[in-house]
Design a protein around this ligand. Structure first.
Ligand code: SAH
Length: 273
């Protein structure tokens, strides 16, 4: 049971990392970026965030993760968290009193200045710029919805910002929360071994990334583009830039227009690539 979520009062903390103990013994953690997640499924965390680079960074205390289990804040013997929609219709809605108590609890432990966001298909579309901004904040508090979502008054009362992963409907906010945390945490300095890799990848400059290759030099008769093996760094840089521009132009006219605008070029002027 040692790595099951441990209950500290009403809050369940993913105990394998003992965030609060580490904080006491390691002053660096006092400044660690902190994600707090309100969810009916705390056992779903850290999930994939516990693997690979984000998992290592979590163990190293570069960021912290804390879940607030919604269930104990529920009503009555069965700790009910939902009820039928006012005005009728299908499904269930998360109760504002229950969610309110969970939010108050999570807020009491959140770093000052950490925004509180609700994962929701109606929200503003999550993107790299938002990940960058969040990574510069002291942390974030995320609310994962379930069923038909939560009572609108909670959003209004706490001035919560809604954030969407895209134009599709998930069953709950947990996968969306993990995606948002993953994209954000990898931008925290030292989380990725090679910091330069975030500066060159897709979206960081408003372009999609150029294609990548590795050994073997020929695979199924397909060679790596010769220029990449030439050792000529100047040519390689221009080739990569040209490929990134071409891909962006073909696949994402929206990004391409924005890129051309900020680079002071005419978006309609066809450039030979
Ligand atoms: N009835 C709602 C959908 C509820 S889906 C509607 O039509 O808008 C249940 C929960 O899953 C939501 O409360 C939200 O937390 C999460 N969710 C679903 N789709 C999402 C998306 N695209 N981005 C972020 N969270 C999403």
């Amino acid at each position: 049971m040692s790595d099951a979520p441990r209950s500290h009062g009403r809050k369940s903390i993913r105990a394998s990392l003992q965030p609060q103990d580490l904080m006491a013994h390691n002053p660096r953690l006092a400044r660690a970026w902190r994600a707090q997640v309100i969810t009916l499924f705390p056992q779903a965390f850290p999930g994939v965030l516990g693997e690979s680079l984000t998992g290592k960074a979590l163990k190293d205390g570069l960021w912290q993760l804390e879940t607030t289990d919604l269930r104990p804040f529920g009503e009555g013997k069965h700790r009910n968290v939902d009820d039928t929609p006012a005005g009728g219709g299908a499904g269930m809605v998360l109760r504002p009193d229950v969610m309110g108590r969970a939010i108050e609890h999570a807020k009491s432990d959140a770093p000052e200045g950490a925004p509180i966001l609700y994962l929701s298909p109606r929200g503003r579309r999550f993107d790299q710029a938002m990940a960058q901004r969040l990574s510069e904040a002291p942390g974030v508090t995320l609310i994962c919805g379930r069923f038909e979502g939560m009572d609108e008054r909670v959003i209004e009362y706490y001035g919560i910002e809604e954030v969407s992963l895209g134009d599709f409907v998930l069953t709950g906010g947990e996968i969306a929360a993990q995606a948002l945390i993953d994209a954000t945490v990898r931008l925290i300095p030292r989380v990725l071994g090679n910091q330069a890799s975030t500066e060159e990848e897709s979206f960081s400059e408003g372009l999609l990334e150029h294609p990548q290759y590795t050994r073997p030099a020929v695979w199924k008769g397909l060679p790596i583009p010769e220029i990449l093996l030439s050792g000529h760094h100047g040519h390689i840089t221009s080739w990569r830039r040209a490929m990134a521009e071409r891909l962006t132009k073909e696949r994402r006219p929206d990004l391409w227009r924005a890129y051309r605008d900020t680079h002071g070029r005419d978006p309609d002027e066809d450039q030979e690539l």
